[in-house]
Design a binder for this molecule. Structure first.
Ligand code: GTP
Length: 301
């Protein structure tokens, strides 16, 4: 923990439409992988924090779930978690994908941002693939609607322009002692992070075959006497046919998912990992308060 003088510490809320690239940007700002990314919308379910350091400044990044119009309870919980993240922030970073603009999702965000007191910065993402002129036109339009302190053009994927964003955010952080030790990059428990790794593999390996309303629930997470780690997780799906998809022929799919997740966990945690995955059909899990809390969401009505 830092107690020195001239330290700064603050919270940055990262908001944007689903799939704008928030997780990718947070990982770049932190300098290592703390949030999972995927081409599938609404990947970010639990509220994850990344912690970025620059000189004497610690920035606690709240990687909010994509904000969109909530219908089901699960969706409402995600939106509520997102705004909760923005509530206590010292700066708000709006990330926009200029290619897939998702106007209907961007407009309400812009409207609510306009009235908020925090310092705001606008970050237009994906400059590696976006055309310059529409990009500038969009920047002009959005700065006309919200009082952004600064505007940046970045590629979260390549890291282009990200150091500039990081420097600007650091300037906005208030003076204060650091909230976390220097070597901590995330406040998500390892247990929860481990389920995110498995969920990422589920998406990667099953693509569109699996609907996003599947969850990974932590069951057991314990160190063995030899220093290795034994992890049991439950993959929760809503229907029998989804269970069959996850298992694959002769269990081949779940084996591949487990193998890839295990490799990544071993690398991330620096210890040998024994990973056991179980698939469970729970028709109404999205209505289950207990499971919500297990995957790090608050229960909202
Ligand atoms: N070409 C390009 N692709 C990007 C860039 N940033 C992110 N992506 C891709 O866009 C997709 C979505 O990125 P994520 O970081 O998962 O998006 P997110 O906003 O966290 O998404 P949710 O979790 O659904 O809210 C992924 O396939 C990324 O690789 C970029 O700068 N350039």
């Amino acid at each position: 923990m830092s107690t020195g003088e001239n330290k700064r510490c603050g919270v940055v809320a990262v908001i944007g439409a689903p799939n704008a690239g928030k997780s990718t940007l947070v990982n770049q700002l932190v300098g290592q992988k703390v949030a999972i990314t995927s081409a599938k919308a609404q990947t970010t379910r639990a509220r994850m924090l990344g912690i970025a350091l620059l000189g004497d400044t610690q920035m606690i990044l709240v990687d909010t779930p994509g904000i969109f119009t909530p219908k089901r309870r699960l969706d409402r919980a995600m939106v509520s978690a997102a705004w909760e993240g923005a509530e206590a922030a010292d700066a708000v970073l709006l990330l926009v994908d200029p290619i897939k603009q998702r106007r209907h999702e961007l407009e309400p965000l812009i409207e609510s941002l306009a009235g908020r007191p925090e310092r705001k910065i606008l970050v237009l993402n994906k400059v590696d693939v976006a055309k310059k002129e529409p990009l500038l036109a969009l920047a002009q339009e959005l700065t006309g609607k919200v009082d952004f302190a600064e505007v940046f053009f970045v590629s979260a994927l390549t890291g282009d322009g990200v150091p500039e964003v990081k420097a600007a955010l650091a300037e906005m952080m208030p003076e204060g002692v650091w909230h976390y030790p220097e070597d901590q990059v995330s406040d998500a428990s390892e247990r929860l992070l481990a389920t995110e790794i498995t969920r990422e593999q589920l998406y990667k390996q099953l693509h569109e075959e699996l609907p996003y309303d599947s969850a990974v629930r932590p069951e057991l997470y314990q160190h063995r006497p030899d220093g290795s780690l034994e992890i049991h997780q439950q993959i929760v799906v809503t229907r029998d046919n989804q269970r069959a998809i996850v298992l694959g022929k002769g269990g081949s799919r779940i084996k591949a998912i487990g193998e890839a997740a295990r490799k990544e966990l071993t690398e991330m945690l620096g210890v040998k990992v024994h990973l056991f995955l179980h698939v469970k059909v729970e028709e109404n899990w999205a209505e289950s308060k207990e499971l919500f809390e297990e995957i790090g969401l608050d229960w909202v009505r």
